[in-house]
Design a protein around this ligand. Structure first.
Ligand code: NAP
Length: 254
């Protein structure tokens, strides 16, 4: 009988995209608390996350990359694997949202969101799996989906399309790679206090109607999401493949 907790990430190195703020930062800190080390990836400085990790005594390395270019994203993952070393986990968290009426929706607002949220996510999964498969290493992929993987949303057509797509590739890749020991799962956050939802929170009516619909009676926090990512990266979830776990204060249950 092993004495180690199956929720522990000691000795595991995880790459987290969008690590400077919001949910990505919450995921980094939760991994740090669980004993893991993090390669944080993003286009902005990650000083706040680095300071938080250092306070936890958790190893953290910042890597700069603009994920709107999927080839740059793949090259970054390849370089990370051969530099700091093989990865045990990949968390595809970076994402953007554009709000516009569907009848006016611009091609730019379509392409920009799909490129970061869906295309780079897929090609980072591919880069991770190619390396893991070549070395016969087990691995964990956690994609950040959304409650808009299940619902239509309001004025966010490209975002909703991207997040339905993230749920779809999570299932597709899980089926292909489960036999080789790569688990692919996703988290669907509800309404979380981050930059992503700033516009909603600034609109008093929208903000009140969202809050009134959340059974938990509060918005989510990055910590709420971080601990679910730890679960999906840890031995505890070894038999989970292709699941998308809602962490939404009950929003979808309503
Ligand atoms: P956020 O605070 O806006 O964080 C988004 C992260 O993605 C930031 O680190 C951002 O970097 C990074 N990013 C965006 N475009 C990038 C690019 N081209 N290259 C590299 N990094 C890029 O929002 P968040 O709420 O934490 O979002 C994290 C994930 O959760 C997203 O996938 C989002 O769709 C999802 N989500 C959020 C909510 C919510 O209620 N907040 C709900 C469901 C799902 P910069 O700071 O440099 O822009």
């Amino acid at each position: 009988m092993s004495m180690a907790s199956s929720f522990n990430l000691e000795g595991r190195r995880v790459l987290v995209t969008g690590a400077n703020t919001g949910i990505g930062q919450g995921i980094c800190l939760a991994i740090g608390r669980a004993g893991g080390s993090v390669i944080g990836v993003g286009r902005s400085a990650m000083d706040e996350t680095a300071a938080g990790m250092s306070a936890l005594g958790a190893p953290f390395k910042a890597v700069h990359c603009d994920l709107s270019d999927h080839k740059a994203a793949q090259a970054m993952l390849d370089d990370t694997w051969s530099g700091p070393g093989p990865l045990d986990g990949l968390v595809n968290n970076a994402g953007i949202i554009r709000r516009q009426d569907a009848a006016e929706f611009s091609e730019e607002n379509w392409d920009d969101v799909i490129d970061v949220n869906l295309k780079s996510t897929f090609f980072l999964c591919q880069a991770f799996a190619r390396l893991a498969l070549a070395e016969k290493r087990e691995g964990r992929i956690v994609n950040v989906a959304s409650v808009l993987s299940f619902q239509g949303g309001i004025r966010v057509a490209s975002y909703t399309a991207s997040k339905h797509g993230v749920l779809g590739i999570t299932r597709a890749l899980a089926c292909e790679w489960a036999p080789q020991g790569i688990n692919v799962n996703a988290i669907a956050p509800g309404y979380v206090v981050t930059n992503n939802t700033e516009a909603l929170r600034a609109d008093a009516d929208r903000s009140a109607s969202i809050l009134a619909r959340i059974p938990a009676g509060r918005w989510g926090t990055p910590d709420d999401i971080g601990d679910t990512a730890v679960f999906l990266l840890a031995p505890a979830s070894a038999y989970m493949h292709g699941a998308t776990i809602a962490v939404d204060g009950g929003w979808l249950a309503r």
